[in-house]
Design a protein around this ligand. Sequence first.
Ligand code: NAP
Length: 221
Amino acid sequence: MTTIGIIGSGNIGSTVARLAVAAGHDVVLSNSRGPHTLQDLVSELGPKARAATAAEAAAAGDVVVVTVPLRAYRDVPVEPLAGKVVIDTNNYYPDRDGVFEELEDGSTTTGELLQKHLPQAHVVKGFNNIWAGHLGDLSRPAGSADRSALPIAGDDEAAKQAVTELFDSLGYDTVDAGPLAENWRTQRDTPVYVSPYGAYGQLPGTQASTQVVREALAAAK
Ligand SMILES: NC(=O)c1ccc[n+]([C@@H]2O[C@H](COP(=O)([O-])OP(=O)(O)OC[C@H]3O[C@@H](n4cnc5c(N)ncnc54)[C@H](OP(=O)(O)O)[C@@H]3O)[C@@H](O)[C@H]2O)c1
């Protein structure tokens, strides 16, 4: 079993934490306001969860999930993430995050921004294309006929393999979308973004198989 550090414990961070604890992993949660504000969530999750600072969650995790509003990505601690597998869930919403010219002009991607901030980490884009409600709802054991798939993108094959194994334990198949530079294929308003898993905000979700995700990635323009 793995210890998963979580930087950002909102919609996605708390959903990943619930799936991880259900799968038998340990989780270390963090946010911007401090561990004392996460006590209700930690109590709900039970003995496999604890709250810490972002730097402590980064240091504790075998795999670390960065799931903060994009505008806050530069606050993610750098040194404790050196050499680690980092899953980047972040999406760009200029109304929320402010305007990032390099994203507006397509010269980089959200995943590459975090990788540049964390030069010694192995960043893998993942969890960014599914609404948190569907992420919690569509998890299925390996081999289930109605299992869904999630795309990943990253430059380090070993890191992608580690994330694939983690996703498998959390209830999802994985489709490799290629290097981090290809993560525009999973960004906002692409075919694989949110809609394959159902309507945003509506439960239950609908299965998005490996084939559905592969075709949606290929259809991205
Ligand atoms: N919501 C979704 O369904 C969904 C789906 C896919 C991807 N995403 C993307 O995933 C990211 C997180 O989304 P979300 O909906 O989970 O956000 P959220 O519910 O607003 O939660 C954000 C979390 O990040 C924490 N945070 C903010 N600034 C931080 C900092 N400087 N250091 C450490 N933690 C910080 C917040 O802590 P405090 O509350 O203490 O400030 C909060 O726990 C976003 O980039 C979003 O676009 C969201």
